[in-house]
Structures are given as structure tokens and as C-alpha cells.
Design a protein. Structure first.
Length: 216
């Protein structure tokens, strides 16, 4: 059974979220290709994962039989999240830009699944898993734009997902999402609409292509 791990982190629900709108298109296209597949879904805004505390951190460096009760209890959620990561044949992440970087809830998820000697190291346990990231943002941080140097979403996730976890990241970037709401950005609305259409098209196409690749 082909498994998709789908993670949303936007604090906005449904149609109010640019990233959720695109991940929804991807997921529906994926499910059309894999009607009998499994989707593991985590909405980090509705059900955030715990931040790493001292017990969850130190438990990772102790043998299970040697952990204190507090360490065992704190490590259990990490084990669940790591197993979901390892089980996935593909991963879908909604990662809107908040204050130039990813939501703290998504950072907490990453902190939980990054485990030296297992998911990180010489042979990462989820190495090679394709991950599609929908990195939406209110403005534009593309090369050549005035705020190019403030792009800490794609650069960071590329480093963590590929450099640490050994995954294969691919990005869909809906931008200028604040244009319809900000009068000062009114002239950018056509660019926003084009970016949104392109994101929807990319999401559907990438989901289909990825599904066919895994099936083959």
C-alpha cells in the first residue's frame, strides 16, 4: 500500500490558506492515482506536536531499557512521528512563510523527527523519500526581488530536508498571496493570480507524476 504523509501548518483554515488550497489539490490528484492508498494526515495548527524538552532530547541518547519513566513518556510522541516519516513513500508539506520563516509548529515537527543515528547520519532511515513542499508567501522573495535576502523558508527547508534527513525536496511556491487584501499591492494582483494558477497546475501535475513514478 502506497503511503502519503501529508502535513499542513497554516494557522488559517480551508479556503483562507494559500498553502492548504494547494496541498488539497495535490492530495486529491494523488488519491485519484492511489484510491486504495493510505494518507497519514497531520494538521499542526489544530493538533500541534510537542516541542522538544530535556527528557525527549536526552532519551534519544539512552537505550530504551535505560530511560527514566519521564524520558520514555517524552520520547513516545517522537517515536510515532519518526515512524510516520519512515513509513511514507512520499511526503507533502504545507509551509507558509510567517515572519520570513516557517511556522513554529512545523519547526517543532522537524525537531521531533530529526534523530541522530536514525533519521540523520550516514544512512538516514527515510533517505530518498520524495517530499513536495508548498511554500506560500504574502510577497515575493524570488531572485532579483528587493527582499530576496529574506527568503528563509525554501533555503532552510532545502538544507534540513535534503542535507540532514536525506529526502528529495521539490517546491511549489505560490507568492504575492497578500495582493488581493493589501491595497498597496493592487497592481500585483494579476501576478498573484498567475502564481496561484501555476501552483494549482504544478500540484496536480507533480502529484500525478510522483504517483506514476512510485507505481513504476
Amino acid at each position: 500500500m502506497v503511503t502519503l504523509l501529508h502535513i499542513d501548518s497554516s494557522l488559517f483554515p480551508g479556503g483562507l490558506s494559500a498553502s492548504r488550497a494547494v496541498t488539497d489539490v495535490f492530495r486529491k490528484a494523488w488519491e485519484e492515482q492511489h484510491p486504495d492508498g493510505l494518507v497519514i494526515y497531520r494538521d499542526l495548527a489544530v493538533d500541534p506536536v510537542p516541542h522538544i524538552g530535556i527528557d525527549a532530547h536526552t532519551a534519544a541518547f539512552a537505550a530504551p531499557a535505560e530511560r527514566t519513566p519521564e524520558q520514555s513518556a517524552a520520547f513516545a510522541p517522537r517515536e510515532t512521528l519518526i515512524e510516520e516519516l519512515e513509513r511514507a513513500d512520499a511526503i507533502l508539506i504545507g509551509a507558509p512563510m510567517y515572519n520570513f520563516t516557517i511556522p513554529s509548529t512545523l519547526k517543532a515537527w522537524l525537531d521531533n523527527v530529526i534523530l541522530p543515528g536514525r533519521t540523520v547520519g550516514e544512512a538516514p532511515s527515510a533517505e530518498g523519500t520524495p517530499v513536495t513542499v508548498v511554500a506560500s508567501r504574502g510577497g515575493s522573495y524570488a531572485p532579483g526581488t528587493p527582499r530576496e535576502d529574506f527568503e528563509y523558508v525554501r533555503n532552510y527547508l532545502e538544507a534540513v530536508l535534503k542535507g540532514s534527513l536525506g529526502l528529495e525536496p521539490d517546491f511549489i511556491v505560490p507568492e504575492l498571496t497578500m495582493a488581493p487584501r493589501n491595497p498597496a499591492m493592487a497592481e500585483l494582483v494579476p501576478l498573484y493570480e498567475a502564481s496561484r494558477r501555476r501552483a494549482f497546475e504544478d500540484a496536480a501535475a507533480k502529484a500525478k507524476a510522483l504517483a506514476e513514478r512510485l507505481a513504476g
